[in-house]
Ligand binder design. Structure first.
Ligand code: SF4
Length: 376
């Protein structure tokens, strides 16, 4: 189940926590779409199969005028054949969605909108450097529904170093959305938020952070959402098909500056610079580096992606893909975590418990292999 991802590298201004690649040069959007077309043409054979999901993310895709979005969809259809796609997602910022824009979007094949809401508290939104207000977020959701978009997702951020006066999760639950992504705030080096940390901002206490994660888990589970990936909750049948395919190791192609692609043993990373992306493609050269994964690296990748999900790890799959030696070593390494109640499962599968989710990174550090082992 292959997927196509397009990265739109434009944001009017940077949110203080963000380390995604984006620049404010919106005068370059037409040149970017031209380069994207060229990249699609050069990489048309990468997937080797028709994609089933198509996702435009960023950056801020909703900064692009409809004509440019249409150009991207048309080019992707020409080079990758989108006729088998069942899920077309567009990421959008709430304040970009005017009634005209949302109505016109209906002429394009998007059937899922992912809104960067982050919080329903205006003070928190200001602290995070977001452009929109809580009222604009609510209006954007209303507008989407009004024109017929039911398959909506919002992003929320928790673990904030400032108090939320509005309970954003409760506000989100009142909207009865099919999908909610909830991310813990992280302090990425190079961001203004990281600088604030260096200057003495106190991050949230670890215990409070854990209790907020558990609150999200319990509250959303009680409200009928499935916690199907560490940061993702959805009503049954409303999981993101595109992202689920990432976590299940399906091939995907990422187009645009800083986008990553993956297929089997091959991983590619596009350059994280708009000028270099544009100049490389204008010379007919691909702006990416290629990495071939060893068997041990593939195994580690398998653990890192699968363990995040409710489906977890299947031992039969590990034996089939990597051989008995990998399966035996994994069996031994997971035992202490099963004994401590951090992993749970049957003979053939295991996944994280909610306590295990809190310690996912530490568990992974113990399970991934630093030294290569041979297929056995
Ligand atoms: S809008 Fe999204 S991509 Fe742009 S700076 Fe903010 S968080 Fe980053």
């Amino acid at each position: 189940m292959a997927g196509v991802y397009v990265h739109v590298p434009f944001c009017l201004r940077k949110c203080i926590y963000c380390d995604f690649f984006s620049v404010p040069e919106i005068g370059q959007t037409t040149a970017y779409v031209e380069a994207l077309r060229k990249e699609m043409e050069l990489r048309r054979d990468f997937l080797g199969e028709e994609p089933q999901t198509f996702y435009i993310g960023g950056g801020t895709p909703s900064l692009l005028p409809l004509t440019l979005l249409e150009g991207i969809v048309e080019a992707a259809d020409r080079y990758f054949d989108l006729s088998h796609c069942t899920e077309f997602t567009l990421e959008a910022n709430p304040d970009d969605l005017s009634p005209e824009y949302v109505r016109s979007l209906r002429s394009l094949p998007f059937n899922r909108i992912s809104l960067g809401v982050q919080s329903f508290d205006d003070e928190v939104l200001r602290f995070l450097g977001r452009r929109h207000t809580a009222r604009q977020a609510l209006r954007a959701i209303d507008l989407c529904r009004l024109v017929g978009y039911e398959n909506l997702s919002i992003d929320l951020i928790y673990g904030l170093p400032v108090a939320e006066k509005e309970n954003s999760l409760e506000a989100a639950l009142r909207l009865d959305l099919p999908h909610i992504s909830a991310y813990h705030l992280t302090y990425e080096e190079g961001t203004p938020l990281y600088e604030l940390l260096q200057k003495g901002l106190s991050p949230i206490d670890e215990e409070i952070s854990a209790s907020q994660f558990l609150y999200f888990h319990q509250r959303l589970s009680t409200a009928g959402y499935v916690h199907y990936e560490l940061s993702n909750f959805a009503k049954e049948g409303c999981f993101s098909r595109h992202n689920t395919a990432y976590w299940k190791g399906e091939p995907y192609i990422g187009l645009g500056p800083s986008a990553h692609s993956f297929r089997g043993i091959r991983r590619e990373a596009n350059v994280r610079s708009l000028p270099l992306y544009l100049s490389s493609l204008s010379e007919g050269k691909l702006p990416c580096t290629v990495e071939k994964l060893s068997l041990t690296e593939q195994f580690n990748e398998y653990l890192i992606t699968r363990l995040r999900t409710k489906w977890g790890i299947r031992m039969e799959e590990v034996s089939r893909l990597f051989g008995e030696r990998f399966a035996e070593s994994l069996c031994q390494n997971v035992k202490p975590f099963i004994d401590r109640g951090l992993l749970v499962g049957t003979e053939d599968t295991f996944h994280l418990t909610v306590d295990g989710m809190l310690l996912c990174d530490a568990i992974l550090r113990s399970l991934i292999l630093l030294d290569p082992i041979r297929r056995g």
